[in-house]
Design a protein around this ligand. Structure first.
Ligand code: 6PG
Length: 252
């Protein structure tokens, strides 16, 4: 039973609108973090949904508005492929956003998808533990974590039946995902729940089922819908979803 504050759910017309609100929320989080701590740490997810946000943030209006030099960028997860591979979460973010904004290269912390998965996970564990402050219960604490949700309810690279849904030791692991026939590197639930702010972006009718299941039965089995493991405390949880993804919810 999680005791965290219920999530904020914002239903928007479409993915463009989701990206616009996500950019505003990111700007708000960045401004607060930089004012209070002199830097902003954010972890990005992969997949297709964040592309709209990356493209928006690379536009001139945002280029001038954000203090990019104080940004520190991490990843929620990565496919075990080289950064040049079209599947690379880093590669997509680099192409659409990071190559267009003045974040110092030393402040971009890439998961090394080209390395042995377990080695890459161990290396990234060291990076997040060394470069991020610890939450009160000792987990690397990010200012903002951007998540997506798959049609099967996965988030990060925590898929249904994952052995890491209850992980309480490691911050980063390297699951082999049978259905994808590939390994991934991913942050674990305690790190996702240590975030000061966690925002899910979800768009499209194929997310309506898992969204309903996660939001209306949050205490159901995470093994069925792994996004259920995300309930940050004392951080905040927000869902920015389009109407198609919200279609099955009673209040939609
Ligand atoms: C990944 C992501 C993953 C993603 C969901 C949703 O590496 O694929 O981190 O967790 O957020 O699969 O993906 P879409 O945005 O493509 O629907």
């Amino acid at each position: 039973m999680n005791t965290s504050t219920p999530p904020e759910i914002v239903v928007l017309s479409d993915l463009v609108a989701v990206a616009a609100v996500a950019a505003e929320r990111l700007a708000e989080a960045a401004q607060g973090a930089i004012a209070e701590r002199g830097r902003f740490t954010v972890a990005l997810s992969g997949g297709s949904t964040p592309r709209a946000l990356f493209e928006l943030l690379a536009e001139p209006a945002w280029l001038d508005r954000l203090s990019w030099e104080q940004f520190h960028v991490y990843w929620v997860d990565e496919r075990c492929v080289p950064p040049s591979d079209p599947q690379s979460n880093y590669g997509v973010a680099q192409d659409l956003l990071l190559s267009k904004v003045p974040i110092p290269a030393a402040q971009v912390y890439r998961m090394r998808g080209e390395d042995d998965p377990e080695s890459a996970a161990r290396a990234y564990e060291a990076i997040v533990r060394e470069t991020l402050p610890a939450s009160p219960d000792g987990w690397p604490r990010l200012d903002l974590i951007l998540l997506g949700i798959g049609p099967d309810g996965h988030t990060a690279s925590l898929f249904p039946g994952s052995p890491y849904l209850g992980e309480r030791e490691r911050a980063v692991v390297a699951p082999y995902v049978e259905k994808l026939r590939m390994s991934r590197v991913t942050l674990t639930p305690p790190v996702l729940n240590a975030g000061r702010a966690v925002i899910f972006l979800a768009a499209g009718a194929d997310k309506a089922g898992p969204l309903k299941g996660v939001l209306e039965q949050p205490d159901g089995p995470p093994a069925e819908l792994p996004a259920r493991v995300v309930h940050p405390h004392p951080g905040t949880l927000t869902w920015l979803v389009d109407q198609a993804a919200a279609a099955l919810r009673h209040e939609a």
